[in-house]
Design a protein around this ligand. Structure first.
Ligand SMILES: Cc1cc2nc3c(=O)[nH]c(=O)nc-3n(C[C@H](O)[C@H](O)[C@H](O)COP(=O)(O)OP(=O)(O)OC[C@H]3O[C@@H](n4cnc5c(N)ncnc54)[C@H](O)[C@@H]3O)c2cc1C
Length: 178
């Protein structure tokens, strides 16, 4: 997680800081929903963890009626989307628009945690989005050579039309249109 995550998480000019309606199944509580304001949407303030979901979840969705959403059917799209630092392999793509890296900063506490998992008899995996997802290991992140890889460049390329309230603060300041 980026160290400054909490500053954007709590609100401010980069965050719409929404609240849900009162939730009847949560005793009427209204839940806080941070959402990024500006290009890239919440991918510009999120924790950057890249987890594609468990293969068996996709299989279950198919049995529940989601035709075309089996793991084998969605995998080619994930691969086409990714530009993973490990390059092309059966589970990952190396030439897509979304930059992915394996988390590299492993703190001694994280290292001890991974070792403890192994000592407790769990499997260690070198790819949590790959062939073995139920395991201990370093996860993938939306990071490109140490820098957050948000959806902003892709959004910009798509020439999205922005409403004034959705503009980044610096665009307001300069009075520009996106
Ligand atoms: C603090 C935080 C941490 C997270 N951590 C992770 C994580 O580690 N890993 C992960 O996979 N996911 C994480 N997520 C979730 C993930 O970021 C979102 O699910 C994802 O970004 C949603 O994408 P989206 O395009 O659906 O919506 P958003 O990214 O919310 O994009 C919506 C866009 O629409 C704009 N908009 C809103 N209203 C208007 C309007 N009226 N007119 C014009 N534009 C408007 C917004 O400004 C925004 O740019 C996190 C989210 C948050 C907030």
């Amino acid at each position: 997680m980026p160290g400054a995550l909490r500053f954007n998480f709590l609100g401010g000019r980069y965050n719409w800081a929404f609240h849900t309606e009162a939730e009847p199944h949560l005793g009427g509580r209204r839940l806080y929903q941070p959402r990024r304001r500006g290009l890239g949407g919440s991918s510009s303030i999120n924790g950057m963890t890249y987890v594609r979901g468990h293969a068996l979840d996709y299989e279950r969705w198919v049995t529940e009626g989601a035709t075309g959403w089996s793991y084998a059917e969605v995998l080619p799209y994930f691969k086409r989307m990714e530009s993973h630092e490990i390059g092309d392999n059966p589970w990952h793509g190396g030439g897509g628009p979304v930059r992915i890296a394996r988390v590299s900063a492993v703190h001694p506490i994280n290292k001890a945690f991974l070792e403890a998992g192994e000592q407790a008899g769990y499997v260690r995996s070198d790819d949590l989005n790959g062939y073995r997802q139920e395991s201990f290991g370093r996860f993938d992140v939306n990071v490109d050579r140490g820098v957050r890889a948000s959806a902003a460049p892709t959004t910009r390329a798509a020439r999205v039309a922005w409403e004034p309230g959705a503009m980044p603060w610096w665009m307001h300041k300069r009075g520009c249109a996106a």
